[in-house]
Design a protein around this ligand. Structure first.
Ligand SMILES: Nc1ncnc2c1ncn2[C@@H]1O[C@H](COP(=O)(O)OP(=O)(O)O)[C@@H](O)[C@H]1O
Ligand SMILES: CCCC(=O)OP(=O)(O)O
Length: 361
C-alpha cells in the first residue's frame, strides 16, 4: 500500500489530493484571485505561499509528511518532451527555477514536490507526469507562417489525455483506437486534435494562440499587436501580461473567475454576457479547425476543465453549436489528480520506469 501526495498548481487554483493506492482519501481545491497572486514578483516566489497551503492540507487530513511514500506534481514548462512519468531531478528544478522554457503555475508542481521531499528528511521520491510541454504535433502542424518561429505544443496534456482515455473506455475502446477533439477550459484554454492516441495538433494555450480564455488573449490580430508594441505606451512586461494574465475575460470583464462573470450576467451586465459568449464563439471555431485537422473523422468531442461546470455557458453556446460535428462528452473539472496518482503508482509498483529529464536534447 502506498500513500501519494498530489500537487496540482494551476493559474487560478492549487488543487491538492492524497491517495492511498488509487483511493482518494482527501482533497482540497484553493481558488486564487489575480490580486492574491499578483503580490508575488515572479511565479517562483509563490512557492512558500502555495507550500503553506499544502502543509495546512496535510494537517487537515491528519497525515504527516513523514508518512507519505511519494509526491507527484503537475509537470510544467520544460523542454518539449514525450509523455510519461519523470523523476524530479536537479536539471529539471534548475530549468523551472530559471523559467528557461517559460513561466506557468505548473512549474511549481516539481518545485514544491522537491522542496517537500527535502524537508521530509527522508528523501521522499518526487515525480511529475505528462507535463504541459508534451509534444506529439505532426510536422505539418508546426508551421507558423514564418521560418523564424514554429508553433509550440503547450497545453493541458495530462488532463486532455486522461479524459480521452476515460471517454474511450465509455465506448468500450482504447484511446489509441479513437479520434477526439478535446477542449480543456481552465485559466487557459487548449483544444487538441487527438488521432489514435496522439495529439497531432493543439493550440499553444499559454502564448497568443487559440481562443481567448479567462486570463489570456489567445490569437490576436498581428497588425494591432505590432502597433501596441511600438506605441511607447506599453513596456515589454505589460505586453506580456496583456497576452497572459490580464488578457481575455479579465480584460473584457475585470475578472478571470467565470462564476463571477456568470453572476454579473444574472445581475443584468450585458457587456460581460457578450464577452463570455464571444469566448464560447471562439472555442467553437477552434473545435472546427481541429475537426478539420482530423479530416472530419471525429468519434467524439470531449469538453472538460473548470468552466465545463457552467451549464449556462455550456449548453446554449457550446454543445448546441458543436453537436453537428460529433457526439459530445462532458467531463467537468477533469481528473488530473487521479491521473497523477495513478502515474505515480505505476512507477512505485514497478510496472513503469520513471524517465530521466535532461535539460538539453
Ligand atoms: N462551477 C463553476 N461554474 C463556472 N465556472 C467555474 C466553476 N468552477 C470553476 N469555474 C471556472 O473555471 C476556471 C478555472 O478552471 P480550472 O480548470 O480549475 O483552472 P486552472 O487549473 O487553470 O486553475 C475559472 O475561471 C473558474 O471561475
Ligand atoms: C500551460 C498550458 C496549460 C494551462 O493553460 O493551464 P491552466 O489553465 O492551469 O493555466
Amino acid at each position: 500500500m502506498s500513500v501519494v501526495l498530489v500537487i496540482n498548481p494551476g493559474s487560478t487554483s492549487t488543487k491538492l489530493a492524497l491517495f492511498r493506492d488509487s483511493e482518494m482519501i482527501g482533497e482540497h481545491t484553493i481558488r486564487h484571485s489575480p490580486d492574491e497572486l499578483s503580490k508575488f514578483p515572479s511565479l517562483y516566489e509563490q512557492r512558500e505561499f502555495r507550500k503553506a497551503l499544502i502543509v495546512r492540507f496535510l494537517e487537515s487530513v491528519k497525515h504527516p509528511l513523514s508518512e507519505i511514500d511519494a509526491i507527484i506534481g503537475r509537470g510544467g514548462m520544460l523542454r518539449p518532451l514525450e509523455g510519461g512519468t519523470y523523476a524530479v531531478n536537479e536539471e529539471m528544478i534548475e530549468d523551472l527555477r530559471l523559467a528557461k522554457y517559460g513561466e506557468h503555475a505548473s512549474n511549481l508542481g516539481a518545485i514544491l514536490a522537491n522542496e517537500l521531499s527535502l524537508e521530509s528528511g527522508k528523501g521522499i521520491p518526487a515525480y511529475i507526469a505528462d507535463p504541459v510541454v508534451v509534444d506529439e504535433m505532426e510536422p505539418v502542424a508546426k508551421f507558423s507562417g514564418h521560418p523564424d518561429y514554429t508553433r509550440r505544443s503547450i497545453f493541458h496534456a495530462l488532463n486532455q489525455k486522461a479524459v480521452a482515455r476515460e471517454v474511450a473506455s465509455r465506448y468500450g475502446k482504447k484511446y489509441e483506437e479513437m479520434n477526439f477533439v478535446v477542449v480543456h477550459m481552465g485559466g487557459g484554454i487548449s483544444i487538441g486534435a487527438h488521432r489514435r492516441g496522439r495529439v497531432v495538433d493543439v493550440n499553444n494555450a499559454l502564448n497568443g494562440d487559440g481562443p481567448f480564455s479567462p486570463e489570456r488573449a489567445g490569437t490576436l490580430p498581428l497588425t494591432g499587436l505590432i502597433k501596441l508594441c511600438f506605441s511607447n505606451e506599453y513596456t515589454k512586461d505589460e505586453i506580456r501580461k496583456l497576452i497572459k494574465g490580464k488578457g481575455g475575460l479579465m480584460a473584457y470583464t475585470g475578472t478571470s473567475d467565470c462564476q463571477k462573470v456568470q453572476q454579473a450576467i444574472l445581475d443584468g451586465d450585458r457587456e460581460s454576457e457578450l464577452a463570455y459568449k464571444a469566448m464560447a464563439y471562439q472555442i467553437v471555431k477552434w473545435v472546427g479547425r481541429m475537426a478539420a485537422a482530423l479530416s472530419g473523422e471525429v468519434d467524439a468531442i470531449i469538453i472538460t476543465g473548470g468552466i465545463a461546470y457552467d451549464s449556462r455557458f455550456m449548453v446554449p453556446w457550446l454543445t448546441e453549436k458543436l453537436s453537428f460535428i460529433a457526439p459530445i462528452n462532458v467531463v467537468p473539472g477533469g481528473n488530473e489528480e487521479l491521473s497523477l496518482a495513478v502515474a505515480c503508482l505505476r512507477v512505485l509498483e514497478g510496472s513503469e520506469k520513471a524517465k530521466q529529464y535532461r535539460g538539453k536534447s
